[in-house]
Structures are given as C-alpha cells and as structure tokens.
Ligand binder design. Structure first.
Ligand code: SAH
Ligand code: SF4
Ligand code: F3S
Length: 484
C-alpha cells in the first residue's frame, strides 16, 4: 500500500529529512539488519502486535504490522516472538492494569530469548506517570513511543535495533499528518480509514484529548485516494474513523462538512458499504441525516453515545446536549431512516450521579430501545476535570446500578435484535464459521451477525440472506439464489 519502492533506497548516505522518505530510508536500514540477524540464526525473525482499545488503535496496529512485514519480520501467532509490541489504551484504568500484568509475562519470555525486543506504544505512553513507572520498574522494555509519532516507527525500531538501552520518544502534541506509509489490513474485504485524529471536546471524564492531542482532519483528497486504492484492492466495506466524525473538516484550510465528505466517498466505485464512528450527538447535522437517508451505501446503523440520560450530569460531563435534545435527535433520525439500528455508550457512576440521575438514563434506554449498548463503570482518569470532582459515587452503589443497567440493556437489545426475523437482508460474508464449516458468518448493515450455509468462496461478497431465526444477538439464515 505504498508508492515508494524500498529497493531503490540508498542507505549508505544520510537519512533524508522529509517525510515519508525518511521512514522508507529507515525501513531499508532495518530490513538489512533483520536480514543479517535472520541469516545468523538460520530462521526468520518473528513479531507479535497486541492491540488494546478502540478501532483507532486497531487501525494504527495495521500500520505497525505493515512496517514490520516490510522490514522482514514474519507474523507469529503468540507472544513467543522476537519482537512484541503492545499498542495500549488508557481510556479506563483496567486497560492499564492489563498491560502491566502482561509485561511480567513478557519479561519471563525475554529471559529465555535474548533476541527478543519488547516495545510499547499507544495512548498509555502519552501519560508521563506511566513512562516514569516503566523506566523505574520495567527496564527490560526496549522501545517506548506515543500516539503522535507512530509514523516514525521505522526510525524508532531502527534506532532500538542499534541500542542496548531503552529508547523513548514521546511527543506532547503534533499538527503533522504523514501520509503514504505501509499498512497491512487484517481483513482483505473491509478496512478502517482514519478521517481525523485527536479530539477537542474535553468531556470531563475522558483522557482521550490529552493522549491523542488536538483535532486534525485529513485532507479529503488523501482520504478519497486511500479509499480508491482500497476499492481497487478488493475492499467492499470501509469504516471511517474519528473520535467525533461529525466535526470533520472544520480545521481544514478549505473547510468541508462530514456530510459533504460522505457524498464524495459514496462515488467511489467498488465500495459497497460505508460505516463511521463515532458520532457526537452535539455535532450531528441535518445535512448528515439527509445524506444518510439518500445514500445507497451508508449502513443503516448509527453509534450515538449517550453517556448519561440526566441533563444535570450531561452538563457536568461537558457533553453540550440535554436529555431532551438527544431524544429529539433520535426522533429526527428515525423519521428519516426508519429501520436504522441505534447503538450507544453509557457511563454509570459519574461523580455526583444520584439515583434520580440514574433513573433518567434508564428512561432514555427504554425510550430509544437501542440495538445494543456498551456500558462502562466510570473510571477516574488522572488529569481530567472529573477526577477532581467531589462526591465520587461509592463502589457498591455503582456496581448495583451497573447491574440494573446491563439487565435492562440486554433485555431490550434481545427484543430489538429479533425484529428482522423473516426478512431478507444483505450480508457481507466475513469468514467460514469457526464451529461448523458448512456455515459462513457475515454481517448485516446494522452490524448484527448471521450464520448460513455456504463456503469460503463467498468471503468478501455481499449475499442476500433470509433471516430464519434470531438467536438472541445473531441470526441463522439461508442465502437467496439470485434470479439473475
Ligand atoms: N469519542 C467517542 C468515545 C471514545 S471512548 C465519543 O465521544 O463517543 C469510548 C467510550 O468510553 C466513551 O463513549 C465512554 O462511554 C467511555 N469512557 C470514556 N472515558 C471513560 C471513563 N473515564 N470512565 C468510563 N468510561 C469512559
Ligand atoms: Fe472523549 Fe468526549 Fe472526545 Fe469522545 S468526544 S473522545 S468521550 S472527549
Ligand atoms: Fe483507548 Fe486511545 Fe482509543 S485511550 S479508546 S485506544 S483513543
């Protein structure tokens, strides 16, 4: 996925200063080193990329894999590899704990394999207290870098290969977007596409703006060019990624709305499905609703994080909408796209949340009847305004509310999920079923899974499938033969 050939790069001279040429120079240099090491060992060197967190991190990891393969590493199926990298998340405290926990295990592997290199990157590394702790107690880690300089991965790995000390490179922020680096897609037929980076919203509980920096939109021409290349490479479905896609384009030299971008993407031949996430309710425009209504490719699915149903708490969260405005928005969307599937994120136990506030959240859930909802227990993030708020809710109260919320969400989700029973829907086939290889598994536009008789030749194709039976959160179906 690049238009620069590494074979023509001269690595006897100085590294070029401009990007991405500089990174291609370092890839060529690293490739030479890896080749020599592998010759000495008499086996290929292997890597493992372990990803935590959101779709943004998943997409970043594809870029890490792209670079590692380009420089001659082969993918291992476990962490018993020569190069292991964790792409970390810090949105909630338990994500951090998992990383620290696993590092102990990596250390034991490294003691057995002296060639092993351990690297850490991603959102957690943008927190100074994390890096301090790693320096002090995890000195066996070879390379640490952050979210803003991930494009520099080739240069950093080349440096780490030459060094016996821990290499650390963390940037506070950046306004740079470097295009045209390699990436290796996890699926041949679908792909994430970054349309913007960072976040400017500063919801008071959230660490993301601090670790991902200010909002930056990619140039629409670069986005379209990437999507055209993906389509030419057999991709049928794309997921446009950003922390708040509804504010896409505001900071561009020539501003452009997200709706206008979608109209352009719709024109790319070969792309059959368009998804996006995440949509902040405060910025969801009438223009976007109109585009969703008219589009033949945008999936009838909207992830619209609610966070809380209490206007009082929403204000403290700095979300810039009220319960009423959120509900009006849902009505407006449903009027335009009647069978749309709505999903959401909810936080329980935000500081000062009372039983009344919580009941407001339950009320919204009952009214909207989400197809599914991700529910989170509030996690205090150092440095965010909410962490300093008084009246943090006691743990046992939060747990009790969380259990009630989950029960309600699941009951509703089971009912709404089954509403398509007996209809025929388009399904993009993703894989042969893991448990029964006479079946294939695919996804509908609304994101639900369907299992139906088929074979590997159908992977990556859109099929019309009759939904025979709903089994809670997925369907069993039968493919409809095309009349021609
Ligand atoms: N940009 C997206 C969300 C990114 S984080 C948006 O605004 O919708 C994904 C989800 O994690 C959030 O929607 C929120 O529900 C949850 N989350 C973020 N910070 C959290 C915290 N401190 N504690 C618990 N959940 C949190
Ligand atoms: Fe976090 Fe809010 Fe930005 Fe989403 S919009 S990433 S919740 S600050
Ligand atoms: Fe986590 Fe960073 Fe995503 S904190 S949720 S990986 S933006």
């Amino acid at each position: 996925m690049s238009n620069i050939s590494m074979d023509t790069i001269d690595i006897t001279g100085e590294a070029p200063l401009e990007e991405p040429q500089r990174q291609y120079y370092y890839m060529a240099a690293a490739k030479k080193k890896i080749g020599e090491a592998s010759k000495k060992l008499g086996r290929p060197l292997t890597f493992c990329v372990n990803t935590f967190g959101c779709q943004m991190n998943a997409r970043d990891s594809e870029k890490l894999v792209g670079v590692l393969e380009e420089i001659g590493y082969e993918q291992a199926d476990s962490e018993q590899a020569d190069f292991v990298i964790y792409n970390t998340c810090t949105v909630r405290e338990n994500a951090n704990q998992r990383v620290y926990g696993r590092l102990g295990y990596l250390h034991s592997l490294k003691k057995k394999n002296p060639h092993m290199m351990i690297a850490l990157c991603g959102c957690m590394m943008q927190e100074p207290h994390v890096v301090e702790k790693l320096k002090k107690s995890y000195s066996f880690v070879d390379l640490i870098f952050g979210t803003h300089n991930i494009y520099k991965f080739p240069e950093l790995i080349a440096t780490a290969l030459d060094s016996n000390r821990m290499v650390i490179d963390i940037w506070k922020d950046t306004d740079q977007i470097v295009e045209d680096l390699p990436s290796e897609r996890k699926y041949p037929f679908k792909s994430g596409v970054n349309i913007m980076f960072g976040c400017n919203n500063f919801c008071s509980y959230c660490i993301v703006p601090y670790v991902r920096g200010r909002e930056r939109s990619r140039n629409p021409r670069d986005i379209i060019r990437e999507i055209e290349a993906l389509a030419a490479d057999g991709v049928a479905e794309i997921m446009l990624l950003g922390q708040n896609v509804n504010s896409y384009g505001k900071t561009l030299e020539t501003p452009m709305t997200f709706a206008a971008l979608l109209r352009e993407i719709e024109k790319v031949e070969g792309i059959q499905r368009i998804r996006f996430m995440t949509s902040h309710p405060k910025d969801l425009s009438d223009e976007l609703i109109q585009v969703m209504k008219e589009s033949k490719k945008i999936c009838p699915h909207l992830h619209l994080p609610l966070q809380s149903g209490s206007s009082r708490i929403l204000e403290k969260m700095n979300r810039h909408y009220t319960k009423e405005r959120y509900l009006q928005l849902v009505d407006k969307i449903r009027a335009a796209v009647p069978d749309i599937s709505l999903t959401t994120d909810i936080i329980v136990g935000f500081p000062q949340e009372t039983e009344e506030d919580f009941l407001e959240t339950l009320d919204v859930i009952r009214r909207v009847r989400y197809d599914s909802a991700f529910t989170f227990i509030y996690s205090k993030r150092t440095g965010t305004p909410a962490a300093a708020m008084e009246d943090q809710v006691p743990e046992e109260v939060v747990k009790e509310r969380f259990d009630r919320l989950l029960k309600e969400v699941q009951e509703i989700s089971r009912e709404t999920s089954s509403r398509l029973t007996g209809t025929v829907q388009e399904v993009l086939v993703e894989e042969v079923n893991e448990h029964d290889n006479s079946l294939v598994t695919g996804r509908m536009g609304n994101n639900l899974l369907v299992h139906f008789p088929g074979d590997a030749s159908m992977i990556g194709k859109l099929c019309r499938v009759s939904l025979d039976e709903c089994k809670g959160f997925y369907y069993m179906g039968t493919a409809i033969k095309d009349e021609g």
